[in-house]
Design a protein around this ligand. Structure first.
Ligand SMILES: [Zn+2]
Length: 465
């Protein structure tokens, strides 16, 4: 199994300068390769990343386009991995694009507004790779595994030597490669490690079955009745974000006025405003705030997903059709605050890690509408109704808890509509035998709460599935 550990770096000024130049190189080479690809494609040829790389290698030290002001090939000052890897990345980007097209997606039009309205209509779009823009793109470059070495709190990188790490590498195994990247003026290295299955697996501490309703009021409602709120620092950080955003936009507005435009005027395309030092500083502060929010979210979701996988032998969550809901402007903010997309991708590998069965309930399964006691369907339920009483059995329901209970039943009761096993490589799909909707072997349901040895639990699950 592959795991990645992302560690913050403490580079010296010279090292940070090298990082910035290496990122710039990777970006420029990507743009060159994409441009060449597009030209060949337009000319009716079949572009190929390896052939493009050969072409590039033939010209990179000779073409004056790649020479500095002294006529020297500046690519020689940057380690070659930084200018070789963009070709592999480009090949992967195109292959992903064509796979999506083959799966029925439509090529996204250039007009962003048109894209948005198409997505709202539920059209699946495939986005071709785009050019990277300085200051706007994610800055990163690659280093192959034989070009660097890691010791306790430092990494030795080509051309610049030892760079201090804020922590030591967490995983033991074969190192596959590393990517250095920048977020809000801080540098990070993500080290990919191939670990053995034994090192990858983690013992589970419980073997419950949990239905999880991811929501807006509470970030998650568990079928045990527990609600998990989204983290409080997030709210404070969002307020700070607004303030810092205003500070930047005030500086943009005054730059507009200084350039002779009316305040709040829409600028003609391609206009470049002067960027003052104060604007740079406040933009950097804003970027740090965004990064902080992203970190708080990631931390919260990591803890939640680890807990769900660690304590349960089966977890059922709902396919919220996140993208469709994001199209609903009112819900969009609340949902992206919780980070559902991240939730899903983390569940994917952690379920394998803890050997937890993980099921995504079908998008059309009415988890909120069904009464979790008698199965009566409340057709009149709207998003606003937080609580309702079942007219058939008289049971009062909390909307989220009722949904969580219904999701849990999906894992344990056959009579309910069949849920789809997670389609994208979740633990369920891998094991093959586990078709969701079948009765899950659940000790908990038989009243045998036993939290003893993990190995025993696992054997039990395998024996019955
Ligand atoms: Zn009922």
């Amino acid at each position: 199994m592959q795991l990645t550990h992302k560690i913050a770096l403490c580079p010296t000024l010279e090292q940070a300068d090298y990082f910035a130049r290496a990122c710039g190189t990777a970006r420029r080479v990507w743009n060159w390769a994409l441009d060449a690809w597009n030209k060949q494609y337009a000319a009716g040829q079949k572009p190929n990343a390896m052939a493009l790389k050969k072409q590039f290698n033939a010209l990179k030290y000779n073409d004056p386009q790649w020479h500095d002001e002294n006529g020297q090939p500046w690519l020689k000052t940057i380690h070659r991995d930084a200018h070789a890897q963009p070709f592999a990345h480009l090949a992967r980007a195109w292959s992903r694009f064509f796979t999506e097209i083959k799966a029925g997606a439509r090529r996204a039009p250039d007009d962003k507004r048109l894209c948005r309205s198409l997505r709202k209509q539920g059209v699946k779009l495939a986005y071709p790779p785009t050019f990277k823009k300085k200051g706007r793109c994610f800055d990163s470059f690659y280093v192959a595994n034989d070009k660097f070495s890691i010791s306790d709190h430092s990494i030795r990188l080509p051309k610049i030597g030892n760079v201090a790490l804020t922590e030591s590498l967490r995983f033991d195994g074969k190192i596959l490669g590393a990517t250095v990247s920048r977020t809000a003026e801080r540098w990070f290295v993500a080290v990919q490690v191939e670990v053995t299955d034994a090192a990858f697996q983690r013992p589970r501490t419980g073997h419950g079955v949990s239905g999880v309703d991811l929501g807006i009021k509470a970030a998650a409602t568990l079928s045990s009745g527990e609600t998990i709120e989204s983290p409080k620092p997030l709210k404070a950080a969002l307020r700070r974000l607004k303030i810092r955003g205003r500070r930047v936009s005030r500086k943009v507005e005054s730059a507009k006025v200084a350039a002779g435009f009316a305040p709040h005027a829409r600028l003609p395309k391609g206009t470049r405003l002067a960027v003052s030092n104060n604007r740079k500083k406040s933009s950097a502060t804003l970027a740090r705030q965004y990064a902080r929010i992203a970190h708080i979210r990631a931390d919260f979701i990591h803890k939640l997903t680890t807990r769900l996988c660690r304590e349960n032998q089966a977890v059922v969550i709902e396919d919220l059709h996140v993208k469709g809901m994001l199209a609903n402007e009112k819900l969009a903010r609340a949902i992206s605050d919780v980070g559902f997309g991240m939730f899903r991708s983390q569940m994917e590998y952690k379920a394998k890690r803890y050997d937890t069965r993980w099921v995504i309930a079908d998008r059309w399964y009415p988890s909120s509408r069904l009464c979790s006691v008698c199965d009566w369907k409340n057709e009149a339920l709207t998003l606003k109704d937080r609580e309702w009483v079942c007219p058939q059995c008289g049971m009062p329901h909390d909307r989220d808890l009722n949904a969580a209970l219904n999701l849990k039943r999906l894992a344990t009761v056959t009579a309910l509509p069949v849920a789809s096993p997670s389609s994208n490589g979740g633990a369920t799909a891998e094991r093959g035998s586990a078709v969701a909707g079948e009765v899950t072997p659940v000790r908990y349901e038989c009243g045998q709460q036993d939290t003893s040895g993990q190995e025993k639990n696992r054997a039990h699950l395998h024996a019955l599935s």
